[in-house]
Design a protein around this ligand. Structure first.
Ligand code: LLP
Length: 419
């Protein structure tokens, strides 16, 4: 599953670069990404959409580092953003504002103004209240905001409850039954220009069926909305395609979209402009986190392998009980495999990276936590006053430090004592 992250002579490499040498140069914990993996993942979407009017908007929340954004901007991608900060990041990376779409349930007026000023492509509006505020802000600014309304199609993506977003009980989108009324109202507001429809049903989806189910529901709505005389220029099906963490078998983006396009064609929407908002599937398996074994500690019930990466660097296990493969960077000939809980230095029992892992390791060895390109660095925190890790982007034999390790000074400089 990791064509550009493979073992050569018993040692894990990212493309042509040794992780041991990168760790020696930059220290650990260290995120290392394969540029070619990202470009290949994007190419799978482009293959799926060949001959169609489609735009891939990378959902940057998955990994918003500038060096990563630049890869996608140079490849012609659009971007899906959820904050003013993310807007500033994509612009800094060279994005075309017309290819930026703005999602999220809680956009502030200031963020709306910022996005209107640079002329983003579309706001994905998530509530009736947001529609009113965006209309008012656009009128104040003397602009018209291009909008899609995010529909909650009420389908079960069969993924972790924290990352399911398209069920009735979720905070996202507007209810299916309200959609036609909301579109009619939106079309009557002078600060808004209705351009599309949007949905996103969840994340780490490994099956085509919830996508097909959402597709049918969205198309039913498109037909109902267009009967009222409103034209939807684009259809946005969100992100959510899963990756292989532990033998998961999600469809490829090309396979998924071949099936989606067959249904779109059958219903007469195959020539409509299509937008997708993938995050994880563009970066997740492009990255590893290299970490050093600080200590091994035999316990009464369990053996612990204490590493220098922690829940502040790799929050997914603690937050979602997520599984990441953990492998030694270098195969070791001596010793024998032992079952360990791999844990970080943070003072919480929730600070674990992997449980019951069989590893043949010793103090000072390097481990690689795989599938660490998405929702790791982007969710990293300073808990326990730990500086955020450094990041390296590898392309062939070239390795670029795209983010230096955060220093204590970086952390302290926003703080003040009482006068
Ligand atoms: N579009 C919208 C509106 C979203 O909310 C999301 C992700 C995406 C696109 C991108 O979804 P993706 O293709 O990455 O599945 N931190 C969690 C995942 C949270 C996903 C949030 N929304 C995790 O680590 O599993």
């Amino acid at each position: 599953g990791h064509p550009h992250i493979a073992r050569k002579n018993g040692e894990l490499q990212v493309e042509a670069v040794s992780l041991t040498s990168l760790a020696r140069e930059h220290g650990t914990p260290l995120f290392v990404y394969s540029k070619q993996w990202m470009l290949d993942a994007l190419a799978a979407y482009q293959r799926g959409f060949e001959g169609r009017d489609a735009m891939v908007c990378y959902a940057i929340k998955a990994n918003s580092s500038l060096g990563v954004l630049r890869v996608f901007a140079e490849a012609g991608c659009g971007f899906d953003i959820v904050s003013g900060g993310e807007l500033a990041r994509v612009l800094a990376a060279g994005a075309d504002p017309a290819k930026v779409i703005f999602s999220g349930v809680g956009k502030t007026r200031a963020e709306m103004r910022q996005a209107l000023a640079v002329g983003i492509g579309c706001f994905n509006v998530e509530s009736e209240a947001e529609l009113e505020v965006l209309n008012a802000v656009a009128i104040e600014e003397g602009r018209r905001a291009a909008i899609s309304v995010r529909i909650n199609p009420n389908v079960d993506p069969k993924t972790h409850p924290y990352i399911s977003t398209g069920l009735k009980g979720n905070k996202f989108g507007v209810a299916h039954d309200r959609a036609v009324a909301i579109y009619r109202h939106a079309a009557s507001l002078e600060g808004l220009e209705v351009v599309g429809i949007d949905c996103h049903i969840g994340s780490q989806i490994t099956d085509v069926s919830p996508y097909l189910e959402a597709l049918e529901r969205v198309l039913d709505l498109v037909e109902a909305i267009e009967k009222t005389g409103i034209r939807l220029h684009h259809l946005d099906f969100g992100g959510g395609l899963g990756i292989d963490y532990n033998g998961d078998t999600p469809p490829g983006a090309d396979t998924l979209w071949r099936q989606m396009l067959t249904r779109l064609d059958a219903r007469g929407f195959g020539q409509r402009r299509l937008i997708v908002e993938p995050g994880r599937s563009l970066v997740g398996n492009a990255g590893v986190c290299v970490t050093e074994v600080l200590f091994t500690k035999p316990g009464e019930e369990k053996n612990f392998c204490i590493v220098d990466a922690a829940m502040n660097d790799l929050p997914r296990p603690a937050m979602y009980q997520a599984f990441h493969q953990i492998v030694p960077v270098k195969d070791r000939q001596d010793g024998s495999p032992v079952l360990y809980d791999v844990v970080g230095p943070v003072c919480e029992s929730g600070d674990w990276i992997g449980r019951d892992r069989k590893l043949q390791i010793a103090q000072g060895d390097l481990l690689a936590v795989l599938s660490a390109g998405a929702y790791c660095m982007a969710m990293a925190s300073n808990y326990n006053t730990r500086g955020r890790a450094a990041e390296v982007l590898v392309s062939g034999e070239r390795a670029t430090l795209i983010r230096r390790r955060e220093t204590l000074d970086d952390q302290l400089r926003a703080e003040r004592f009482e006068d």
